[in-house]
Design a protein around this ligand. Structure first.
Ligand SMILES: [Zn+2]
Length: 277
């Protein structure tokens, strides 16, 4: 199986909306698909949404930075058909901590605390839409490297990010990168090996049991990335703590409470005051 990132990206439409935070009025947007760009500002929203539908037609994925919690809901509020067009959306904000665990702030962008882009210019939706495509291209390259260096981490992310809400777009991306989705047993086995010696084995079994709740998938992916790939010494981005508070709770559960079992390697080493001396 060969994966062609350029082909994948050619099937994406990147979207950025400017919304008045007080009135929730959509007053400007841009969409970028390959070299083509659509920019709307001001009045006459309905014909602009017609053109947006046209540029999205036949695309596999709508892409955006925070698209799942910002752009897509506003788009759907203005035109319900975008729920269908956005059914396999890919959010580059959600992927960033997995793609760049040591520095989740992509070098091209800064973030506000809530995850919005802050790129040193005033409201240029076309530039932001192009930027999101560039970020996605860099994330794909980072995941391809991870697939070489730590294939079990990529396998675990594939499983953990495709269990809950809005999973179709992420599922397509990881399937392109590494093939069919892994089963639960394979994913849990990979997670156990990735966290071996880095977390409490007993707490890990409890946490794996709680993954039957699909909402715990993304938080577990962030916790896994933070512990196993970043080595637990970088800073979890504020928006992760805001939008996925379970991620921090999982990290603490896995590492900070002594299970009391003398045969547990992590707790014997890390939570024993004598061993720390
Ligand atoms: Zn333990």
């Amino acid at each position: 199986m060969t994966f062609d990132p350029a082909l994948f990206l050619s099937r994406c439409v990147s979207i950025d909306l400017e919304v008045d935070p007080k009135s929730a009025r959509l007053f400007a947007f841009a969409a970028v698909r390959g070299e083509a760009a659509l920019v709307h500002k001001g009045a006459a929203l309905e014909p602009a949404l017609d053109r947006l539908e046209a540029i999205c037609k036949g695309a596999a994925h709508l892409v955006g930075h925070n698209i799942l919690r910002h752009d897509l809901p506003h788009l759907v509020a203005n035109r319900a058909r975008f729920a269908g067009l956005g059914a396999a959306a890919i959010d580059t904000l959600w992927l960033n901590p997995l793609a760049f665990p040591r520095n989740p702030y992509h070098h091209l962008v800064k973030h506000y605390q809530d995850g919005r882009l802050q790129v040193g210019h005033v409201n240029d939706p076309e530039q932001d839409a192009r930027l999101a495509l560039q970020v996605l291209a860099d994330q794909i390259a980072a995941f391809a490297r991870l697939g070489q260096e730590m294939p079990e981490a990529l396998l675990a992310y594939h499983h953990l990010t495709t269990r809950g809400e809005a999973s179709a777009g992420f599922g397509a991306l990881f399937q392109s990168l590494r093939g069919a989705a892994p089963g639960e047993a394979a994913a849990h086995g990979a997670i156990r090996r990735l966290l071996d010696g880095r977390a409490c084995n007993h707490r890990l079994e409890q946490t794996l049991g709680r993954l039957s709740n699909a909402r715990n998938g993304w938080p577990m992916a962030y916790a896994l990335s933070w512990i196993s790939v970043a080595g637990g010494d970088s800073v979890m981005p504020p928006w992760v703590r805001l939008q996925f508070p379970q991620a921090g709770l999982i990290v603490r559960h896995l590492r900070d409470t002594n299970c009391g079992d003398p045969s547990c390697g992590w707790c014997g080493e890390k939570n024993n005051p004598n061993a720390a001396l």
